[in-house]
Design a protein around this ligand. Sequence first.
Ligand code: THU
Length: 134
Amino acid sequence: MKLDQEKKQELLKSASQVRQWAYVPYSNYAVGAALLTASGRIYDGVNIENAAYPVTICAERVAIFKAVSNGERDFQAIAVVTRNGGMPCGSCRQVMAEFSPNMAVIVADENENVVSETTLSDLLPGAFRSDSLV
Ligand code: THU
């Protein structure tokens, strides 16, 4: 389903606004994410760091896990906002692929300038998925 301009702006705004709640005392690199489900709801998320560094979780996964724990598994798009338009990491791409391999991924900087607009299948071609487990 094509993402209309209005929904895209709403997602970007949501990702940008939630970014203030990022818990980033170690990297000082705040990330905000907003996930649009097939049912039309938006779940947001921020990165949450930890003194034991690897325990940190990315904003994208927080948004996705919030959605999944509310019964949602089908995603249309995710918007990710950082100060410089950084791309989603490999682990987050893998989690997206589990649920919605064709979802749209929109990446923007802190002024909500879109630096990349693509699909997950372009970002993670040939993903390992449930059908690999035969
Ligand atoms: N981070 C995200 O939240 N999403 C990504 O896709 C890449 C990295 C976070 C993790 C850590 O808190 C900070 O950015 C620096 O790596």
